[in-house]
Design a protein around this ligand. Sequence first.
Ligand code: VGL
Ligand code: ZN
Length: 199
Amino acid sequence: MTQALIVIDVQNDFCPGGALAVPGGDEVVAPINAMMGNFDTVILTQDWHPAGHSSFASSHSGMSPFESVGMSYGPQVLWPDHCVQGSAGAEFHPELDVSGDLIIRKGFRPLIDSYSGFFENDQKTPTGLDGYLRSRGVAELTFVGLATDFCVAFSALDAVKLGFKVHVDLTACRGIDLEGSLAKSLAEMRAAGVQLQQV
Ligand code: VGL
Ligand code: ZN
């Protein structure tokens, strides 16, 4: 079975010192680089927001990061400004091997956030990744990267819904853990049939 490694958002802003730093975020780089050779195809996602993106708390008067607002598509957590297109924070971690086959950018529409690599947060605007994988004959996916409880989990759950066999290698993921979101995301992934490796 053709296997893909999907590396989620290993970008400077999600690593220590970044605008939305995930604890231990940089620790995933070495194990991810080491596992790339085991896959037929390697795909990286890149969180890629225009300045003033609607997922930024700074775009909503009176709101602070990590509070939630209602968007046209449902509740949305507000974040510090992060991964602004062309900024140093949006770049991949300097030691990440970026020689993979495809880089898919997400979150570039001003009014919709996109955690998943497959669908934006309205759960219907596709990124095109599904079609790319199918036309390449890929049926089995392993997700790694940042953050476990947001972009990794949303991507893995969408992948199950789309019919892929899905693994998440937790040794190469780190989470944000906002009000229990890490445990909740692990439970949701387990219940959906995601194979969680190396818990
Ligand atoms: C992410 C929050 C906002 C992630 C991206 O990569 O998990 N989280 N944007
Ligand atoms: Zn983002």
